[in-house]
Design a protein around this ligand. Structure first.
Ligand code: ZN
Length: 239
C-alpha cells in the first residue's frame, strides 16, 4: 500500500456511505407504499373473518327462525284444536302444550333479535373495511406516482456512486478489495475503516502494539485491528 491507496480506500468508503444513504432514501420511499399495503392486508384478513362470522350468524338466524316458525305453528294448531275438544283433560293437555311452546318461544325470539343485531353490526363493520380498502387502493395509486418520481434521480445517484466506486476499486490491490467487501457485508455501524488514536483502534479502542502501529503509520502496510477486524488507516492518509 502507499498513501494514495489509503486515500482511495477512504474515498471508496465515503462513496459507499453516500450510496448507502441514497439507498436508504429509496427504501424509505418504497416503505411508504409497503406501510399502506400492510394495513390493506390486515384489513383484508379482517374482512375474511367478518364474512365468515356473517355466514355463521346467518345460518344460526335461519335455524332460529325455523324453530320459531315451528313453535308458532304448534301453538296455532293447539289453539285451533282447543275449540274442538270438550273434556277437561283434553283442554288441560292442549293448554299445557301451548304454555310449554310459549315458554320455548320467548328465548328463541330474543335470540333471533340478537342475531339480527349481530348481523347488522358485522355488515356495518364489513362496509367500513371495504371503504377503507378502497381508500388504501386510491392512496397507493397516488403515492406510487410520487415514489416513482422520487426514486428516478436517486437511482441515477446510486449508479454514479457505483461507477466511481468501480473505477477506484480497480486501482486497489485485490486482497484489500476483498477485505473491504468482507467487512462491508458485516454492515458495521461505524463502517469498515479505523484509525490509530493514542495507540488504540479509534473505533473499538483495542490496544495496538507498537510494531503494528509502526507498520501501518511508517511502512503503510495493510493491517487490520485485532479487536474489531477493521482496516487500519494511517494518520497521514487522513487528509
Ligand atoms: Zn478495532
Amino acid at each position: 500500500m502507499n498513501k494514495e491507496s489509503f486515500k482511495i480506500l477512504k474515498e471508496i468508503n465515503s462513496l459507499y456511505t453516500s450510496k448507502d444513504r441514497t439507498q436508504h432514501s429509496i427504501d424509505s420511499e418504497y416503505q411508504r407504499i409497503a406501510k399502506i399495503e400492510k394495513q390493506s392486508t390486515l384489513n383484508k384478513e379482517e374482512l375474511t373473518r367478518e364474512e365468515a362470522l356473517l355466514s355463521e350468524f346467518r345460518q344460526k338466524l335461519t335455524h332460529a327462525e325455523n324453530e320459531v316458525d315451528k313453535l308458532q305453528a304448534l301453538i296455532e294448531k293447539s289453539q285451533a284444536h282447543l275449540n274442538q275438544v270438550f273434556t277437561t283433560e283434553e283442554i288441560k293437555a292442549l293448554e299445557s302444550q301451548i304454555d310449554q311452546a310459549t315458554i320455548q318461544l320467548h328465548p328463541l325470539e330474543e335470540k333471533t333479535l340478537e342475531l339480527m343485531q349481530e348481523i347488522e353490526d358485522h355488515e356495518k363493520r364489513k362496509e367500513e373495511i371495504k371503504e377503507f380498502l378502497k381508500g388504501c387502493q386510491e392512496t397507493i395509486k397516488e403515492i406510487q406516482i410520487e415514489v416513482d418520481d422520487a426514486v428516478i434521480p436517486l437511482n441515477k445517484e446510486i449508479q454514479s456512486f457505483q461507477a466511481r466506486i468501480d473505477l477506484l476499486i480497480s486501482e486497489l490491490p485485490e486482497n484489500v478489495v476483498s477485505k473491504l467487501n468482507q467487512l462491508r457485508e458485516k454492515k458495521l455501524t461505524h463502517g469498515p475503516l479505523a484509525e490509530i488514536a493514542e495507540k488504540k483502534c479509534s473505533i473499538c479502542s483495542f490496544h495496538l502494539d507498537q510494531s503494528l502501529i509502526a507498520e501501518v503509520e511508517k511502512n503503510l502496510k495493510f493491517k487490520t485491528c485485532s479487536g474489531c477486524g477493521r482496516i487500519l488507516v494511517p494518520g497521514n492518509a487522513l487528509y
